[in-house]
Design a protein around this ligand. Structure first.
Ligand SMILES: [Zn+2]
Length: 363
């Protein structure tokens, strides 16, 4: 069926780790793209290689010329305007590898009763969205896509948590608090004491071991023991300290504490994280930004999220894209995880993180 396209896709067979690492693979790549037979790739030949690498079922994506040139110049280490075999080997191990052999995790953020029908239902937030709508979308992904790892994060607060408007009387406001009276839900205040940080106020929600904190009943739970695809499963509980809130599944809002998520993902060799769930402009966005900073390739699954405020959702998505994340629709995900669909934006993000980590090493 799609064999017609796949036959034209030089790189497809190298999604296999053994073939990828075969000692002849880079020579074969050179032979395939070196049209004038001079044992090296000039800029045009390199461009053809990139178009073949960043394609969907054999159809090349548009790539910006300056980006092609920047990558060419970087890998042309001896500056002779050609990519020789040893230079291609470097490209193969740094860029092609992450493109063809990514390891992907799905991070399902806070699909919990309180955000759907409970005390902090998104239906009553400014965007008036229905959080339950993400459940079938995420279930489809869980059924169809061979992720390596599945992560369920849960907002998991003690009853005296600092983010609850009901708990305002428990703490003194700092003199620098932007608001000191007539405080309403969604306002931000600063409490006296450590840490000195703006805290947005929400109705009490996701209190540990209550119904509101449970994952939505219809959300599919993958079990490591019985999963036919053999995926790892990680649960992350966040916001469990009274004095500090935690939007991201990686860190609390002051970066004082880290969850085990980054260590667990790195341990599983994860390179790409697909982020979805609730709420788009709060915890899903925060998790995505931290993922970028921790050097993952970040894919935000737009139709598998719902949020608090339309303008905030839009701004956060724009900021994410600006910082190298990709916003996609859930229908794209399977082809991306299985590398039939190889998006140039992610390839360029890989390149940029390679350059920045090199700069860090040199500094
Ligand atoms: Zn919370």
């Amino acid at each position: 069926m799609n064999g017609f396209y796949e036959n034209g896709d030089f790189f497809l067979k190298y999604r296999n780790e053994k073939l990828f690492n075969d000692k002849n693979s880079v020579e074969e790549c050179m032979k395939h793209f070196d049209k004038d037979g001079d044992q090296a790739l000039d800029l045009n030949e390199f461009e053809q290689l990139l178009k073949s690498l960043f394609s969907f079922s054999g159809n090349a994506y548009f790539m910006q010329k300056p980006r092609i040139k920047t990558m060419f110049n970087y890998f042309d280490q001896n500056k002779d305007h050609k990519i020789q075999l040893d230079e291609l080997k470097n490209f193969w191990s740094k860029i092609v590898k992450r493109t063809l052999l990514p390891k992907s995790a799905l991070i399902i953020v806070d699909v919990q009763n309180d955000f759907i029908d409970g005390t902090l239902t998104l239906k009553k937030c400014p965007a008036k969205q229905n959080g339950a709508e993400v459940v079938p979308v995420i279930n489809n992904l869980l059924e169809a896509v061979p992720f390596d790892t599945i992560v369920y994060s849960l907002d998991w607060h003690p009853a005296d948590h600092c983010s609850f408007i009901e708990n305002l009387h428990l703490r003194k406001l700092d003199q620098n608090s932007p608001i000191k009276e007539n405080i309403k839900i969604l306002d931000s205040v600063i409490f006296e004491g450590y840490p000195l940080v703006e805290q947005r106020l929400w109705p009490a929600h996701c209190i540990q071991d209550t119904y509101g904190a449970e994952l939505h009943a219809n959300l599919k739970r993958i079990s490591e023991k019985t999963d036919p695809l053999g995926r790892s499963v990680i649960y992350v509980y966040k916001g469990s300290k009274s004095e500090i809130d935690s939007y991201s599944a990686f860190y609390d809002n002051c970066r004082l504490n880290e969850t085990t998520l980054n260590a667990d993902l790195k341990n599983n060799g994860i390179t790409d994280i697909y982020v979805c769930g609730l709420a788009a402009d709060v915890c899903v966005a925060a998790t995505s930004f931290d993922g970028l900073e921790l050097d993952y390739r970040v894919i935000f699954i737009d139709d598998a999220t719902r949020g608090v405020d339309l303008e905030d959702i839009d701004n956060q998505k724009k900021r994410l894209v600006k910082n190298g994340a990709l916003v996609v629709n859930s229908k794209d995900v399977n082809n991306m995880v299985t590398c039939r669909d190889r998006k140039p934006e992610l390839g360029y993000a890989t390149f940029l993180s390679l350059i920045s980590s090199k700069n860090n090493q040199e500094n």
